[in-house]
Design a protein around this ligand. Structure first.
Ligand code: GLC
Length: 551
């Protein structure tokens, strides 16, 4: 059971992200579902996580994997029912796991009833004022109202056909055209979301991960911004773009915090905002959200100086506001870290990797991924894991183009492959149909053959497997109370000419040394209590691309 008196649980929690479509399928339709999650939750508890975060399972036409929500207060029939949801929450709580659900407040789906009503209503109507409907520019309004670009490519505006059949106003969508942005200046939007928060809090959820929360409020007048934004959004000439990180978001977060605080136990808000650490920290000030994802950390290459620098700036930025730092290496939006780190030298992976592209070196990628995980799980604060990383799953880079579902692929004119490669269904049993994910061999995305050898049932039996390594690492993180301890920097003791490339820091009683150089590195005195890979050491020296914990 969870301890509801533990009001600080989120400061050190390990939160495991479940992507419901790809976790476990209980009814054989090739798509994961809530019952499948309930049946397999013990895997997450055995791993040693404290909570699960579920990506959206709400009714949705799935234009963007469910981040296009048609009804915020129900379950999509593909995923089950509200009763299945309640059972899942009960099961999680029984296992000592808290449950965080995804709140998508920046935009809904074009199938949301309020957007359909807005489409049917006239320009200037109260129905349209729930969204950003504007007249076009240029001859007969045939050009978009401004120059904003969609995050998925192409203009951030789509023109509608009015009731009389004529081309009409345009509506704003920072993502797919199937994801109209809400107008948060309208009090009715605010009260809709209050109701949604209460709906799930009443069903006993322990918190919300808040999707693109930094885009909810737009600068008045929607001024021009001719720059596309990808990854962490940096200010340009000291100015944040008019669609990101506007002051008005903080009032909303403070209001939500009051709602959450009025419930029993400690329910949390975690911000998804691709901002630099010092901007992100403003969202976790006293009275606002509890946590924010550390995307500066997630975006790092396998580079010692950059890792050191980002750990330091992240800790400093969060300490200044009294919030815990979070750490994350993979999620459903980025290439899995076991593949991302599988390239020698700098590589641009923004367009994704397809069958025709240079492939990552799986062995190198996994070795570095485990070294990176051993760094991350020693750091003070809260850590997020993405389903499958505990198996060392690589990105599915050989997916044929015709199975791709991510809207990025179409909207970018097939220039950017998108995120399907990290969303492939999990392998549970090496010898079963769909590797135990589903009773159907037709999973919604095909699983690579290589997933079989990485199945949970095989890895459970192997003491050197990635799964065993994650379990041990999480247990030690807890035993040594690392997440609640302070970090101090060591010197880096490589024997090569690249002393700089050995990362060394101490958290509580544990010294962490990671060798990001190409030569073996000497270690400080003490007992090695954890190795990221079985061959981390040769003759007492730390081999390249390995991490050890010393106590
Ligand atoms: C967030 C989600 C991503 C989604 C986008 C639009 O970044 O993590 O999957 O596509 O928001 O909702």
């Amino acid at each position: 059971m969870i301890d509801i008196n533990d009001s600080e649980w989120w400061r050190t929690a390990v939160i495991y992200q479940v992507y419901p479509r790809s976790f476990a399928d209980s009814d054989g339709d090739g798509t994961g579902d809530l019952r499948g999650i309930s049946q397999r939750l013990s895997h997450v508890a055995d791993l040693g996580a404290d909570a699960v975060w579920l990506s959206p399972f709400y009714p949705s036409p799935q234009r963007d994997g469910g981040y296009d929500v048609a009804d915020y207060r129900d379950v999509d029939e593909r995923y089950g029912t509200l009763a299945d949801f309640d059972e899942m929450v009960d099961r999680a709580h029984e296992l000592g796991l808290r449950v965080i659900v995804d709140l998508v407040p920046n935009h809904c789906s074009w199938e949301h009833v309020l957007f359909k009503e807005a489409l049917a209503a006239a320009p200037g109507s109260p129905e349209r004022s729930l969204f950003h409907f504007k007249e076009g520019t240029g001859p007969e309004g045939s050009l978009p109202p401004n120059d904003w670009e969609s995050m998925f490519g192409g203009p951030a505006w789509t023109r509608v056909t009015e009731a009389d059949g004529t081309p009409g106003q345009w509506y704003l969508h920072l993502f797919d055209s199937g994801q109209p942005d809400w107008n948060w200046d309208n009090p009715r939007v605010r009260s809709e979301f209050d109701t949604t928060l209460r709906f799930w809090l009443d069903r006993d959820v322990d918190g919300f991960r808040v999707d693109v929360c930094d885009a909810m409020v737009k600068a008045p007048g929607l001024p021009s911004w001719p720059h596309a934004a990808h990854g962490v959004v940096e200010p340009i000439d000291g100015l944040m773009p008019p669609m990101w990180d506007q002051e008005g978001i903080h009032d909303i977060f403070r209001h939500w915090r009051e709602i959450l605080d009025s419930y029993s136990g400690t329910r949390i808000l975690c911000a998804e905002a691709w901002l630099p650490p010092e901007r992100t920290a403003r969202i976790v000030r006293e009275g606002e959200m509890h946590q924010a994802f550390n995307f500066a950390y997630l975006s790092l290459p396998w580079d010692c100086a950059e890792i050191r620098e980002t750990i330091a700036t992240s800790l400093a930025a969060n300490e200044a506001v009294g919030a815990p730092t979070t750490w994350v290496l993979s999620n459903h939006d980025v290439m899995r870290h076991a593949s991302r780190f599988g390239y020698q030298g700098p590589v641009n992976l923004e367009a994704g990797v397809g069958p025709e592209d240079p492939q990552p070196d799986d062995a190198l990628g996994l070795r570095r991924a485990r070294a990176a995980t051993a760094i991350m799980l020693a750091l003070p604060g809260s850590a997020y894991l993405y389903q499958g990383e505990e198996l060392g799953l690589p990105e599915a880079t050989m997916l044929p183009d015709e199975v791709r579902q991510d809207p990025v692929w179409e909207r970018s004119g097939h220039a950017i492959r998108g995120r399907d490669g990290c969303r492939v269904p999990l392998p549970w049993r090496a010898d079963d149909v769909a590797f135990g994910f589903s009773s159907s061999p037709r999973t919604w995305l095909p699983q690579p053959e290589s997933f079989g050898a990485l199945a949970v049932d095989l890895q459970e039996k192997e003491s050197d497997s990635t799964l065993s390594f994650y379990r041990t690492t999480l247990a030690m993180r807890r035993d040594y109370a690392l997440a609640g301890s302070d970090l101090t920097w060591g010197t880096g003791r490589g024997e090569s000419d690249s002393l700089e490339d050995v990362l060394e820091f101490r958290v509580g009683e544990v010294t962490v040394v990671a060798n990001l150089s190409t030569a073996p590195a000497a270690l400080p005195a003490g007992e090695v209590i954890l190795m990221s890979v079985p061959d981390a050491l040769t003759d007492g020296l730390l081999n390249p691309d390995a991490t050890v914990w010393i106590a």
